[in-house]
Design a protein around this ligand. Structure first.
Ligand SMILES: [Zn+2]
Length: 132
């Protein structure tokens, strides 16, 4: 089974072992997160291993190191906001080197260590809650 997971400005495709369940909003004791979050339950070595979707970097990390039977499939796909972005300091435009903060508008360049502002998205309307 394949899942798509968003972390740090990128979508990761992760292959999960057969029998993996996606669970919405349970409280994962292992996560340490203050609020319930989505996650997956992976059958691994005769046990069911719960893996929270937060922090967002956890699943890609586990998949990259092939823990719990997880595996990364292909290259991560950049968030639309990272399409065409490149580091103003070193010119790096490969999204594997560029990391967007979860809540921030900043992008971190892993290659040279520079932080720069997320390029403005092309006209994505955002509903204004005050105008309702
Ligand atoms: Zn750079």
């Amino acid at each position: 089974m394949l899942i798509k997971h968003y972390a740090e400005g990128k979508f990761y495709t992760i292959r999960c072992p057969e029998g993996t369940m996606v669970v919405r909003n349970p409280v994962f004791r292992a996560s340490g997160a203050p609020a319930p979050c989505d996650g997956i339950v992976v059958p691994f070595e005769g046990r069911e291993v719960p893996i929270p979707a937060e922090p967002a970097g956890l699943l890609p990390l586990l998949a990259e190191s092939r823990r719990c039977g997880l595996a990364l499939v292909g290259e991560p796909e950049a968030d639309v906001r990272l399409h065409g972005a490149s580091c103003p300091a070193c010119g790096e435009g490969d999204v594997n080197w560029l990391r967007a903060g979860d809540d921030s508008e900043m992008v971190h360049c892993d290659r040279c260590g520079a932080d720069f502002a997320m390029p403005s998205p092309a006209l994505i309307p955002i509903p204004d809650p005050k105008r309702q």
